[in-house]
Unconditional design. Structure first.
Length: 287
């Protein structure tokens, strides 16, 4: 190499380095970079899958409160979707491990599902939806063994007459009956049907008995005894009288009575101001 060429080399290197250091570079868009990082972050987030470990009780009627235990529920009630065999239920309280829900009105028996953030858990066993017991709203007996003009009276006339056809008519579902005070000797109350049967062993004046009808609460449903209907049932036993002697007059003045108290029946020594009063519980007159 010639001497002149060696002397020029350092100068060329300096010029080349200056060119490289000052060469313009491509400027990247910072906003695009931030967006890309956000997508990567979101895709990297793992959504916890809920699980159902148990629920109690395992059966109940519509409106019953059920507790579901598990994992990865939302502590916000509205973020948990619970279904009974496909029918959505109301979530009343929630934590990450427990949900309190109400069995939906139109719910049917089947598995329970809990959905949180698009992830669904299904129970291993089925929940049984029971038929709700209708609270009885009325209870009525029909007069028996006599041509009485109104219900809720059992009249026994004659010697050793057996009571028949004394099963009450009930609105609603009633499965347990009780009576107070105890029925006359010889008579019994069937606590399942409400039927009063038997043969009275002695005469008895008109006496009131209160029959109560209640229903048995099914699992998960509270028994509301305050709504149980009652029926005051009058029972009269007399082996020597007739219906005519027990019937109050509807006009005129009864024998032995005054105009102001014109109503009575042959079997009574009392007089009343009206035919309605004549059939009072304390009277031996029967309507």
């Amino acid at each position: 190499m010639k001497l002149s060429q060696i002397k020029k080399t350092p100068l060329l290197l300096i010029l080349l380095s200056f060119f490289v250091l000052n060469c313009p570079t491509e400027k990247k868009d910072d906003s695009t970079t931030v967006a890309a990082l956000a997508v990567l972050s979101k895709s990297a987030t793992v959504v916890a899958v809920p699980t159902i470990t148990s629920f109690t009780p395992t059966s109940g009627v519509a409106g019953a409160s059920i507790t579901i235990s598990g994992t990865n529920f939302s502590s916000t009630t509205s973020l948990n979707t619970v279904q009974f065999n496909g029918t959505t239920a109301t979530v009343s309280t929630a934590s990450t491990t427990s949900l309190t829900v109400i069995v939906p009105t139109s719910g049917t028996s089947g598995t329970i599902t809990v959905t949180v953030s698009g992830q669904t858990a299904t129970s291993a066993s089925s929940f049984t939806v029971n038929q709700s017991a209708s609270v009885p709203s009325s209870l009525t007996y029909t007069s028996t063994n006599a041509a009485s003009t109104s219900g809720n009276i059992i009249i026994v006339l004659g010697s050793s007459v057996t009571i028949t056809n004394s099963t009450p008519a009930v609105t609603g579902t009633t499965v347990v009956y009780s009576v107070s005070p105890s029925l006359p000797s010889g008579l019994t109350l069937d606590t399942t049907t409400g039927s009063i049967t038997g043969t009275p062993t002695a005469n008895q004046s008109l006496t009131s008995y209160v029959v109560t009808g209640t229903y048995t609460a099914q699992t998960g449903y509270a028994l509301n005894t305050s709504s149980a209907p009652t029926r005051t049932l009058k029972i009269y036993v007399n082996s020597s009288t007739t219906i005519a002697n027990l019937t109050c007059n509807t006009s005129g003045v009864a024998a032995g009575c005054l105009n102001a108290l014109a109503f009575s029946c042959t079997s009574s020594t009392l007089c009343y101001s009206s035919s309605t009063a004549c059939y009072a519980t304390t009277s031996t007159c029967i309507q």
